[in-house]
Design a protein around this ligand. Structure first.
Ligand SMILES: [Zn+2]
Length: 101
């Protein structure tokens, strides 16, 4: 299982970057992370086959909370703040490879 070696959240640029222990680097726009929100509300909407509603404003990750070795809790600016993103889930999300990688 991969764990992050470095996590950085660019709130102004709305990008979250993780460098994994194997050296791989992934970068996700906050909007993509919000579209894959792991909070109970969004998960239940997906289980019902519904697309969770669009956020009212461009999504931004305001805070990160480490949840032990399990994953990362992302606190969005629109009140979606209870979603925990397990490390393998983050790793599986499509990511932009930054130009300077
Ligand atoms: Zn949500």
């Amino acid at each position: 299982m991969d764990y992050p070696a470095d996590i950085s959240n660019d709130r102004a640029g709305r990008v979250l970057t993780i460098v994994w222990q194997d050296g791989a680097r992934q970068q996700w726009p906050h909007a993509l992370l919000r579209a894959h929100c792991k909070c109970t509300h969004c998960q239940s909407q997906r289980l019902l086959g519904r697309t969770p509603g669009e956020p009212p404003a461009p999504p931004r990750v305001e805070h990160l909370r480490m949840t032990g070795n399990y994953g990362l809790q992302l606190v969005f600016n629109d009140g979606h703040e209870r979603g925990i993103y397990p490390w393998p889930y983050l790793r599986s999300l499509p990511a932009d490879v930054p130009a300077d990688a």
